[in-house]
Write a protein of this length. Structure first.
Length: 356
C-alpha cells in the first residue's frame, strides 16, 4: 500500500478473560499503541459482541461455543473487521497431537544460516497404551487437551513403565529430549518474530537403575517450568547459543502458513543427540506476549500492518521472511534461486533421506 494511502489510526478490540488481559494488554502497550494511532478497546465478553465496536480488528482468546456463534454473527454484520484469529485455526492447538502435526507438514521455505544447515522435527510421541513398547524412558506425559486450563499444563515426567500406571488419561506421551536445560520460546505476531530463552528441565542421563525405581519415584509432576528462572540460571542461559535468526524466522513463517495463525508462540529445544536439530514441543495461541522485551512495539507494528492489510493472509511473502531456501525432508537447504538448483536440492534431500 503506497505510504500516502497508509491508514495511520485504527481500533483494535480485545476479547479475553481478565487473566489473559493481564499477560497481553498491559498499560504500557495501550499507551504506546495509542501514541502510534492504535486504540485498544476492551470487548466485554459478558455482553453481546454485536452491540460492541465496530473495530478494524478484533483479537480474541475466548474458548466457548456461544462466543464462536457471536463471532460468526459479528463477521457477517462487519465483514471488513479482521478477526485475529479464526477459531478453526487455533482449535487444532487444543489437541497436543493435532498441534504438532502441523510441524510434520511444514510446506515452507526456510533460510539456511550463513554457516550451517539446520534440521527440525517433533519428539517421538505415542498414546498411553503404546508408550511403553514404542518409546524410550524418560518420557513426558502431557494432557491431550491443551485448552488453557490449569490442568492442561500439568505434565508428568515418567522414568519407567511402573510410572505410566499413575498417568491419568487422556494424555500424549513424548520421549524426553535432552536439550541442555534451555528452551527457545519464539513469539510471532504476523511478520514480527522474537525469540527468547527460558529455563527448561535439566537433561536426564538414562541410568540402569531407572527400571528399579520405587513406584512413587517413577513419576514426577511438573508445571510452570519455563517462567521460574533463578539468578544462576540467567548466567547459564546467557551462555546458551541462540539458533540463527534466519532459521527462527523461517520456522515462524512455516508455522504461520501451516496454522494460519497470526498471534502465537512455539517452544523449541535443541536436540543434544543431533547436530543442529531443533525439536518443536509446543505451540500456543495468543500467549503472554507481555513477557517479551519490547512487546509493545512488536504488537503495535503488527496491528498497524493489519489495519493496512499489509499483514496478508498467511501464505504471502512479506518483508522479514525470506523464501530464499527450501525445506526438503525437514532439512534446511539453500534455494539458489533457480528451479534447476531446487530440483538438485530435492534430489539431494531424497538421497540424504535414503542414506540416513
Ligand atoms: N519432549 C520434551 N523433551 C524435553 N523437555 C520437554 C519436552 N516437552 C516439554 N518439555 C519441557 O516441559 C516444558 C513444558 O512443556 P510444554 O511447553 O509442552 O507444556 P505447556 O503446558 O504447553 O507449556 P506452556 O506454558 O508453554 O503452554 C517445556 O517448556 C520443556 O521445558
Ligand atoms: O511463557 P509463555 O508466554 O509461553 O506462557 C504462556 C503459555 O505458553 C501459554 O500460551 C499460556 O496460555 P494458555 O495455554 O492459554 O494457558 C499463557 O498463559 P497466559 O495466561 O499468560 O496467557 C502463558 O503466558
Ligand atoms: Mg510450552
Ligand atoms: Mg503450551
Amino acid at each position: 500500500m503506497p505510504e500516502k494511502n497508509r491508514k495511520l489510526t485504527g481500533t483494535v478490540g480485545y476479547a479475553m478473560p481478565p487473566n489473559k488481559v493481564k499477560t497481553v494488554i498491559q498499560p504500557s502497550l495501550v499507551a504506546y499503541a495509542k501514541e502510534r494511532g492504535i486504540h485498544l478497546i476492551e470487548v466485554h465478553i459478558d455482553q453481546p459482541l454485536i452491540e460492541q465496536g465496530p473495530f478494524d480488528c478484533l483479537m480474541h482468546k475466548v474458548y466457548d461455543d456461544d462466543w464462536k456463534a457471536q463471532l460468526r454473527d459479528y463477521e457477517s454484520k462487519y465483514p471488513a473487521v479482521v478477526i485475529i484469529d479464526s477459531p478453526s485455526s487455533f482449535e487444532r492447538l487444543h489437541n497436543r497431537v493435532s498441534m504438532l502435526e502441523v510441524v510434520s507438514h511444514l510446506p515452507v521455505f526456510v533460510q539456511q544460516s550463513d554457516t550451517e544447515d539446520y534440521s527440525f522435527g517433533i519428539p517421538k510421541q505415542e498414546s498411553l497404551s503404546t508408550a511403553n513398547e514404542k518409546l524410550s524412558f524418560p518420557v513426558i506425559a502431557k494432557p491431550l487437551l491443551a485448552n488453557g486450563s490449569h490442568k492442561s499444563h500439568e505434565l508428568s515426567l515418567v522414568f519407567n513403565s511402573h510410572g505410566l500406571k499413575y498417568v491419568e488419561p487422556p494424555v500424549v506421551v513424548q520421549e524426553f529430549v535432552n536439550h541442555g536445560g534451555v528452551l527457545f520460546k519464539v513469539y510471532v505476531a504476523g511478520d514480527y518474530v522474537k525469540c527468547v530463552k527460558r529455563r527448561s528441565l535439566p537433561d536426564f542421563q538414562v541410568c540402569s537403575g531407572a527400571a528399579e525405581l520405587e513406584e512413587h519415584e517413577s513419576i514426577r509432576l511438573i508445571s510452570e517450568i519455563s517462567s521460574s528462572a533463578t539468578e544462576d540460571d540467567e548466567t547459564f542461559m546467557k551462555e546458551a547459543e541462540m539458533p540463527a535468526m534466519s532459521f527462527i524466522y523461517s520456522m515462524a513463517k512455516g508455522l504461520r502458513e501451516a496454522t494460519k495463525l497470526h498471534l502465537f508462540n512455539f517452544d523449541m529445544i535443541k536436540d543434544a543427540k543431533e547436530y543442529n536439530k531443533y525439536v518443536i514441543i509446543d505451540i500456543n495461541y495468543l500467549p503472554g506476549f507481555a513477557k517479551v522485551p519490547g512487546f509493545e512495539v512488536m504488537l503495535t507494528d503488527f496491528f498497524l500492518d493489519v489495519i493496512n492489510h499489509k499483514c496478508e493472509d498467511v501464505g504471502g511473502d512479506r518483508v522479514g521472511f525470506s523464501s530464499e531456501t527450501a525445506i526438503l525432508d525437514n532439512r534446511v537447504v539453500k534455494k539458489e534461486g533457480n528451479c534447476l538448483t531446487i530440483l538438485y536440492n530435492h534430489v539431494a534431500g531424497l538421497v540424504f533421506r535414503l542414506l540416513n
